[in-house]
Design a protein around this ligand. Structure first.
Ligand SMILES: Cc1cc2nc3c(=O)[nH]c(=O)nc-3n(C[C@H](O)[C@H](O)[C@H](O)COP(=O)(O)O)c2cc1C
Length: 449
């Protein structure tokens, strides 16, 4: 019997620093984040390894919650640079042929027409490889760059996001597949009976439409999502076609997988069609000792504790600068956090023990964030990946980098061939569009039937 196949996604950043705060200081990191060639090279590397997708995260502000200032983020390189993703993905589309191209856009600060147009355009220009990571954003710094004082409350964010998705998917459907005629002789460009107004009216948005971009190769770009709260998981169950998760260990991941798949079923969709991919760090070496040496560098030497707290404050929308490092992380403290509360809860559960302190959290933010670390030779890392897949902890992985592009080059050179040899990962792309690569149906039916 054919073995279950895994999906692999590269967790990319269009900026100076990966999710690992020390990445820019890593001796093997290339500082090409302001060069188009750097992103093109990353895309080609991942495509050589047959990755399903390169996905870029985003944040719409410099970290400025910790101590009420951006100074530490700037000085310590705690993700102060974030380039515009539509342009970066355009570069990647031109440099690659098959790999999926995912970008994060916020439903809280953008508008449905803008997002629908951007992703439909990318879907055309990439031959059907676009994906949108739907986020509701996390903190007040982002709000303050968009004319608001405070970030919208959690559930209101998701109410708005539901409407945003109704309007955006509606806009993608305003053009029927065969609306374009292009009949020069009779001067008939497109069939007006096949291009529709949307006339969406909601509490948050009203959008007339139609979109100014014809229906794209995938029908609709693929929808990615990473909600972890109850409301976030319900939203994912309704809309997501690929779910990212942040689960620090295999037990938490298994429980999350089961719960999320059940809620997808309860929402009337096929749970098997929606893949769940946790974030992981891979630290790979030619020998086990070599991998361990690399892990030590990653664990002990490169992250300033203040950089970690800067990023933790940003994710939690909470200024940790007033707390001593040995302060316990209490239930009351977690209740007062308005950012990604589930992340602290999960980390606390994972760290365990009677008292988890701010120093523990900062340490884990530095080197674990939300996912596990797979360390070893290619076969050893492949063993860990297989264990997660075989025990229903996930359907694949979104791989975060300790350094770029080297961490991905290591995975492609040492881990991917091993996965291919074991028959759990593709050795060539069989489809053209990202939907075909992921085994997802095309909304509105196939173009080729
Ligand atoms: C792998 C992964 C990537 C994420 N990328 C982003 C991102 O780029 N921008 C962002 O604002 N949030 C990002 N998030 C956060 C989620 O969108 C979400 O807000 C978070 O998991 C909290 O869930 P909740 O919104 O249900 O509270 C990411 C989460 C994960 C696990």
């Amino acid at each position: 019997m054919a073995k279950r196949q895994m999906s692999l996604v590269g967790f990319m950043q269009a900026g100076s620093t990966t999710v690992y705060a020390g990445s820019w200081r890593h001796p093997a990191t290339e500082h090409g984040f302001l060069d188009a060639s750097y992103y093109a090279k990353l895309g080609r590397t991942l495509e050589e390894g047959c990755f399903d997708m390169m996905f870029f995260d985003d944040r719409l502000a410099m970290p400025g919650i910790y101590g009420g200032s951006v100074a530490d983020a700037v000085r310590l390189g705690a993700r102060p640079v974030k380039l515009d993703l539509s342009i970066v993905l355009g570069v990647c589309a031109g440099a690659t042929q098959r790999i999926g191209l995912g970008a994060t856009y916020s439903t809280t600060y953008y508008s449905p027409f803008h997002v629908a147009r951007t992703f439909a355009t990318l879907d055309h220009l990439s031959g059907g490889r676009a994906a949108w990571n739907v986020v509701t954003s996390v903190n007040d710094s982002e709000a303050q760059n968009y004319g608001l004082k405070e970030h919208l409350a959690h559930d209101a964010r998701y109410d708005r996001a539901d409407e945003f998705l109704e309007a955006t998917t509606g806009l993608w459907d305003t053009w029927e597949d065969n609306a374009l005629v292009l009949d020069r002789e009779n001067g008939y460009f497109a069939d007006p009976d096949k291009v529709h107004e949307l006339n969406y009216e909601g509490k948050w948005f009203s959008v007339r439409g139609p979109l100014t971009v014809p229906r794209s190769p995938q029908g609709r770009p693929v929808l990615l999502q990473a909600g972890s709260s109850g409301r976030g998981r319900d939203f994912a169950a309704r809309w997501a076609e690929l779910i990212f998760s942040g689960d620090p260990d295999i037990d938490i991941a298994r429980a999350h997988y089961k719960d999320q798949k059940e809620s997808i079923g309860a929402a009337g969709r096929d749970p098997a069609s929606v893949k769940m991919l946790p974030m992981v760090y891979t630290v790979v070496g030619e020998s086990h000792a070599h991998a361990e040496e690399r892990e030590q560098l990653f664990l002990n030497e490169l992250v300033d504790p203040k950089a970690s707290l800067t990023l933790l404050s940003e994710l939690m929308n909470y200024d940790f600068s007033g707390l001593e490092l040995d302060s316990p992380i209490t239930d009351e403290l977690i209740e007062s956090v308005s950012g990604i509360r589930g992340l602290v809860q999960n980390l606390r559960k994972h760290i365990g023990g009677d008292t988890v302190t701010l120093a523990d959290l900062a340490g884990h933010r530095a080197t674990l964030l939300q996912g596990p670390r797979f360390v070893g030779t290619g076969p050893e890392v492949a063993d860990q990946m297989e264990e997660w897949i075989e025990t229903d902890a996930c359907d694949g992985f979104v791989i975060a980098a300790t350094h770029t592009p080297g961490a991905y080059e290591d995975v492609v050179r040492l881990v991917v061939p091993e996965l291919q040899r074991r028959g759990v990962f593709r050795d060539h792309y069989t489809g053209h569009t990202l939907r075909e690569t992921l085994g997802l149906a095309r909304p509105g039916g196939s173009l080729h039937e």
